[in-house]
Design a protein around this ligand. Structure first.
Ligand code: SAM
Length: 247
């Protein structure tokens, strides 16, 4: 309970202060991109983002949402959902963006067989009880339409803040923007490491949050009923992405 309160405040502070968005390491954004690239895009489709935070995914999906795809962001925190809504307004996609405030550990308040794609980018790992997490994924399985896509990313057992920052620095160098590279190298990345990544590492190491082997992730996704299609190492070798389908 105390840990739930602590991490709630951790994200609450990050969302309210804008630090969560400002300090997102490039490697995290690249991992999110690997998720959104696999979304089955169609103007008729509905995508559910479980633990959507500040709705960073809509930055990457905005043209598809503009073309008619509907996005539902679900999160525990109103502050994150408020940021999601204001992002959607600034991209001109507010009409197709819906937000639901809910605690996913208590169930998913969405009609069964109603969405075409579900993404969970670094969200379900906060549930460290294995059966609770698998039950939640089984519920997500119910919510998805047959043939729908399920994409999940979680921290791996080799989660390492240093590797995340190194990978981010490599990506920043490729941005061909010297100013951006300097700011990220000397301000953003060190702060992200101190304020975010090290905290997450300690939560994972102490067992308050869950880190995974690839086999564990594949096994859980399969137990929930999905057919695993592919897997990928993401986030500077600090996370795994599993892409699956509801048969
Ligand atoms: C690491 S953030 C990831 C946010 C987003 N998916 C992204 O990639 O930017 C984890 C998110 O899970 C949300 N979360 C944690 N526990 C939750 C719960 N029990 N129910 C709903 N959302 C929860 C947090 O509020 C936070 O927004």
């Amino acid at each position: 309970m105390i840990f739930k309160k602590l991490y709630k405040n951790y994200w609450e502070f990050g969302f309210k202060s804008y630090l969560y968005d400002l300090l997102t390491p490039s490697a995290y954004f690249a991992s999110l991109k690997s998720v959104t690239e696999n979304v089955n895009v169609s103007s008729k489709n509905i995508i559910l983002d479980v633990g959507c935070g500040t709705g960073q995914a809509i930055k990457l999906l905005r043209s598809d949402i503009k073309s008619g795809m509907r996005y539902i962001g679900l999160d525990l925190l109103k502050t994150g959902l408020d940021r999601t809504k204001s992002k959607a307004s600034s991209f001109g996609i507010r009409n197709n963006t819906f937000c639901i405030q809910a605690d996913f550990s208590k169930g998913i308040p969405i009609k069964i067989v109603s969405v075409d794609c579900i993404i969970c980018h670094f969200a379900l790992y906060v549930i460290c009880d294995n059966s609770l997490r698998i039950n939640l994924m089984t519920e997500l399985f119910e919510v998805l339409k047959p043939g729908g896509t399920f994409i999940i990313a979680n921290p791996s057992k080799s989660y390492d803040p240093k590797s995340i920052i190194q990978e981010s620095a490599r990506l920043d160098m490729c941005s061909n923007n010297a100013f951006n590279e300097i700011i990220r190298k000397h301000v953003v990345n060190p702060l992200a490491k101190q304020l975010g990544l090290n905290y997450i590492f300690s939560q994972l190491k102490n067992g308050h949050w869950k880190w995974f082997s690839l086999e564990e992730m594949v096994d859980e996704v399969t137990q929930a009923g999905f057919k695993v299609l592919s897997t990928k190492e993401v986030y500077g070798q600090s996370g795994y992405l599993v892409m699956a389908r509801k048969p």
